[in-house]
Each structure stands twice: as C-alpha cells, then as structure tokens.
Ligand binder design. Sequence first.
Ligand code: ZN
Ligand code: ZN
Length: 401
Amino acid sequence: MNLTKNFLDDAQAIEDQVIALRRRIHSNPELAFQERDTARLVSEELKRIGIRVQSHVGRTGVVGILEGEITGRVVALRADMDALPVKEPPGLEFASRKHGVMHACGHDGHVAMLLGAAMILAKHRAHLQGTVKFLFQPAEEAAEIGGGARRMIEDGVLKKPKVDYIFGLHIFTNFPSRRFAVREGPLMAASGTFRIHIVGRGGHGSAPHQTIDPVYVAAQVISALQGIRSRMLDPVEPSVVSVCSVHSGTRNNIIPDDAVLEGTMRTLDEATRKRVASLIPKIAKSICATYGAKCEIEVEDAYPVTLNDPLVTRSVIEILRSIPGSKTVVVPPLLIAEDFAFFLKEVPGTYYFLGTRNSEKGCIYPNHSSKFKIDEDILKYGSASLATLAFNFTSRARSAA
Ligand SMILES: [Zn+2]
Ligand SMILES: [Zn+2]
C-alpha cells in the first residue's frame, strides 16, 4: 500500500474542511497566551474525531493523543497557535475581526494543517503502529516572555508517554508554493536581545564640551558593535548583531542626558552565541568609559539554535520527496529563530518549511507583513506531510535512529 499517496489523497478529501478551519481561525486571531477560542476550537475538533484531549498544557496549549491499535513509538507533531499585533488591511471575507491583531505568520494555517493530519491519522488508526501526540502550542511569537514551547515542556508534554520523535513545519513566503525546504543540522539561529542604556550629561547643543553627549557615544557604540561580526568572528561562521531601536533626545539644540539602544543577535552555534553575548557589553562599556558616560547593559537569551537531527532528517527528506506534486529542497540555514528549538533540545526531530509564494495569487509578501497571505492550496501538502511523517516514524524499530 502506498501510504504517502493515500495520505495526499486523504488530505485532498478533507481539503475544504481544513480551509474552512483555517479561515475561522484567521478571522479570530489571538495573541500569545490568549489563544482561548483557538484552543477551544482545537479541542472540539479533536474530540469530534475521537482523539483524547489534554487542555491547559503550557497555559493555553492543547494536546491531542491518538493511540494506534498496535504499540510502537511515540511521535509528536506541533503547530503554534498565536497571532501577531499587526493591523490587517480590509479585503478578505474572513479578515481579522480583532482590531490590531492578525495571523500574519501563518499559524492559522499551521493549526488547520495539524487538525487535518489528526483527521487523516484517526482515520488510519487501525494501521497506526504507535502513538501520535498533537501539540497545539501557544505563544511562539513571545520570546520576551519565554515562549510557549518551554511552558509545554515544563508541563510535561514530552513525557507520559515519552516522545521519541518530534516534527513541525512553518509556512514561509521565501519558498514557492508546494515546496518543502529543510536541512540536516542547524536550520535556524539562536537569538538573543540586548539593551544598552548610555547615561551622559545633557546641555546646550552649541557647547558639547560642557556635556557628555550620549547621542555621539551611542553612534560610536552602534558602529563598533558591527566590528563583532566583521572583525572578531570567523567570517564563515554566520552571525548577526543588529541595533534595531535608538531612542534619545527631544529637539535640535539640546544634548540629552541619555540614550537607549536595543537590538538582536543571531548565531548558529552555542559557542559563538556566548562569544557575542560577552563582546557586546565589553565593547559598549569601553566606548562609554572613553567618553565618560555610564553604561547599563542587559543581554538576554531568547531561543536556542533549531537543530535538526541529521539521521532523522535524512529520512524526513526521503519521506517528503515521496509526496506527489511537491518538491523538497535542502536549503542553507536562516537566521530567524523559533521556539521549536526547545523541543529539539529534548527529542530528536526535524523542523521544515512549506513554501507559500504564489505571485498569481498575490502571495508574495513576507511573514509578519500586514499583506502576508497564504496560498491555501498548500494546506493539504502540510497535512499530508505531517501525517506521513508520524505514520512512518511511529513504526520505526527501537534500534533505528
Ligand atoms: Zn512569526
Ligand atoms: Zn511563525
């Protein structure tokens, strides 16, 4: 029996349901840790198809557990549920009904695709050799408050039964529709944030020598931080240090008292992350000291590197390649970050992308843009891929990777 083909056929058969679910979720977006209506909808759908449900896992998260007729391995599939503080322009009949909140990262599609995979696997329960846990995770977009993955892990989502493999995917405009993009090893970056408060001494713009000008010092710090990437790290080792927010001053002839810089850092390995995290304060402090300014610095970790297990991912690539009508490509790493990384620190697995770029349908705007739009034709490929991975990995021998 060619299950891969059957699963795409199965996904095709429920396509209308999955699209309808995606649209319902899109019209009612909820921010991190506020995903109550979405969680309710997920629970109802899971119960409707005969899947056992656990609620309030990681605050607003939901877990569905499907036990096959035959015992085997435990596979977790994850979808994130949260929306973004983005104002959706009018136009879609199922546009956001919540002012200033939008599913601008495709998580509405993730939830719908995972529900689709649950429907497919529930239908094939008699042949399922193991257990599938469906993880509907809150707050992926909320790195500053820890993110939902960590909360779910703290609540024991990877135990009872213990998860052997985990898979998740992200809809992404960078790749054309129906294209899976993946790689072995690091796929996405470790991220961290920093905040530098430079305290000088204000005065008249005509007499800088009587002041300690925090604006000038801030400019030096911004320039010098770029030296980390260009002069202090191996140039073939990917990394980014970006100052993305600068706040100081009130008008053209007043030198202010202080300046605040905020930014992000990205690396693809732990040692480089530590190095960057230690260089930022060192550089900022020494420049501030040169000009007599005081300097308060906070550097914080956000998400670790998203590290795909090489052996598992090799099989994943093969399985994805067998899904008709899709294409699977191996891509270089990206310096975006994802809290799926926390799951991959605990359990071997793979995170992959599903392209949604389709210029004929206007699906060309990047994730997080207010014009972000998904090509709904891809949802069936997402559902089929998740179901196929779960089905294959539940039946793996204990000795296999
Ligand atoms: Zn996002
Ligand atoms: Zn996202």
